[in-house]
Ligand binder design. Structure first.
Ligand code: GDP
Ligand code: CA
Length: 357
């Protein structure tokens, strides 16, 4: 079966008012005449996807080359013999226009027949639904990985199915799944895969720490450092600072690449002192960071003091935190940060690009 979203996506991108010529195949990304800024985005899953849709729209309007999106792979896991990449898939599906927008994850119109059968076998995790269409993605990916393709090569192959209007790169080709250490009632520490902690326990077990075993030996995926070096600006999406952006920054070599970048501008995932959606506040508390726009900015740190950011977009609701951001050596920019639709996300990107210049 072909999927109706794919045909639609090849005509014009969902949520954008008109087909944009920049994405046509004969007009390849970095050809002469691409006037606008070269942009790299660091992103997690659903928040990262909403932001990336805005990046694509804002750059298309400028006639700029397609952005490179460096995606968190700390969420990745093996389940029932297949490799899942939840954040990579969230962004891919959103750019392709085949994501389930009401549920917030997976494919639109998916069914769960295979999941039900896996339950009958007692295989997999009952609390982690694998949709049938989604499973097709995981099977294709796992097959290619077993044939010897790297995660970067697999993602490149998967991205060819749709006209995504952005280049997606995993943060690393190494397996560096996020592990959450929790403390049991008897005081003993126990390690859980991030997905078990997040999805099964809904982050209700108090985390002691987050880690990515294997990351010390990892390196940025091919093309990541080059993209950052060639970018006019790196945008840090309003993704979970601890378990989405955190693993990306933990890849050895990533911080050095970002320190040498032309400009780095971040967008606050906190609005009005609260996380917009999800449980990022639990993650922040676990690492001793208050759930506020200023505290997250200070956690990322000022680039001129060895940290990540030159400028930080904060919501109007958090305007009072601007002096604290400034005091941390980061330029605060107050602007609406609700990503209610593609135009709203694109307006955030416009503000971020303006902050970089
Ligand atoms: P996940 O990997 O699916 O959890 O998604 P991300 O890590 O990419 O993004 C999750 C973060 O996005 C949450 O911490 C939210 O606070 C943030 N977020 C979601 N919607 C919005 C929005 O409309 N505006 C802003 N500024 N942040 C948002
Ligand atoms: Ca995620």
């Amino acid at each position: 079966m072909t999927d109706p979203g794919a045909a639609a996506a090849s005509v014009h991108h969902p949520g954008e008012s008109a087909p944009d010529p920049v994405h046509s195949r004969q007009d390849d990304a970095l050809s002469a005449g691409d006037g606008g800024p070269r942009v790299v985005v660091l992103a997690g899953g659903v928040g990262g996807a909403k932001f990336t849709l805005g990046v694509r729209a804002a750059l298309a309007r400028r006639g700029a080359p397609e952005a490179t999106v460096v995606v968190n792979t700390g969420d990745d896991l093996w389940l029932s013999g297949v490799r899942l990449q939840p954040d990579v898939d969230s962004i891919t599906y959103a750019l392709a226009g085949v994501n389930d927008t009401s549920r917030g994850w997976g494919r639109a119109g998916d069914t769960e027949r295979v999941h039900a059968e896996l339950q009958e076998w007692g295989a997999g995790w009952p609390w982690f639904t694998l949709g049938d269409l989604d499973l097709g993605t995981h099977l294709a990916r796992t097959g290619w990985l077993r044939e010897g393709l790297t995660p970067t090569q697999v993602l490149e192959r998967m991205a060819r199915r749709w006209d995504l209007g952005a280049r997606l790169l995993p943060m690393t080709d190494a397996e560096a799944d996020t592990i959450v250490t929790v403390r049991d009632t008897d005081g003993a520490e126990r390690d859980l895969h991030f997905q078990e902690w997040w999805t099964r326990h809904r982050a209700a077990l108090t985390p002691v720490r987050f880690g990515n075993p294997g990351i010390a030996a990892a390196s940025p995926a091919p093309g990541v450092v080059e993209a950052i070096a060639g970018a006019d600006v790196v945008l840090v999406a309003p993704s979970n600072p601890v378990v989405s952006i955190g693993p990306i920054l933990a890849v050895p070599g990533m911080r050095e690449a970002l320190a040498a970048a032309s400009a780095v501008v971040g967008v606050s995932p906190i609005i009005g002192g609260r996380v917009v959606r999800g449980m990022a506040d639990v993650c922040l508390t676990a690492i001793g960071v208050e759930t506020s726009a200023a505290a997250v900015a200070a956690h990322y740190g000022a680039r001129r003091a060895g940290g990540l950011l030159d400028a930080w977009l904060i919501a109007e609701e958090d305007a009072a935190t601007a002096p604290a951001v400034e005091a941390a050596g980061i330029r605060p920019v107050v602007t609406p940060l609700w990503m209610t639709d593609v135009d709203a996300s694109a307006a955030i990107v416009d503000a971020a690009l303006a902050a970089a210049s």
